[in-house]
Ligand binder design. Structure first.
Ligand code: DQA
Length: 140
């Protein structure tokens, strides 16, 4: 089984960026721990700050991987292009957020991508990514 994790803008700064909201662990430190929990699953990781690059990566893997775990960062709230991309793919996409966006500013309450995704997990810190993988495994 192959799963692609995709992180959007500013998520390269995890561990440094607003640690009160996003925690103090970098994704690079977290990823090997996650991969070690699922030795039989190939978990690949990609991050970009650029909307079109996220779309290129989704199109590249979205017809051959068993699922995509997508934290689109702030593009979640703005990107019709990501919505259209997700709808075009064969692989199921799980939307994840580290923080509970519904407890935060009003502009974070609206997601442009949720309706195109298989499901949404938010508010569990970095564990949101593990929960998304569990959801993909359960859906197999
Ligand atoms: C986020 C929530 C978004 O609103 C924000 O723009 C992010 C991170 C999260 O993981 O909690 O960049 O997706």
């Amino acid at each position: 089984m192959k799963i692609q994790i995709i992180n959007g803008p500013n998520l390269n700064l995890l561990g440094v960026r607003e640690p009160g909201i996003y925690g103090s662990e970098s994704f690079e430190a977290f990823l090997p721990q996650l991969q070690a929990k699922y030795p039989d699953v190939q978990i690949d990781y990609y991050q970009s700050n650029i909307e079109g690059e996220l779309i290129n990566k989704m199109q590249e893997v979205g017809f051959k991987y068993d699922g995509i775990v997508l934290n689109a960062g702030a593009y979640t709230h703005t990107s019709i292009a990501l919505h259209d991309c997700i709808r075009s793919l064969k692989s199921p996409v799980i939307e994840v957020h580290i923080s509970n966006v519904h407890q935060r500013e009003e502009f974070r309450h609206k997601s442009m991508i949720s309706a195109a995704c298989k499901g949404v997990i938010c508010g569990f810190g970095l564990d949101s990514y593990r929960l998304a993988i569990e959801a993909l495994l359960a859906g197999k």
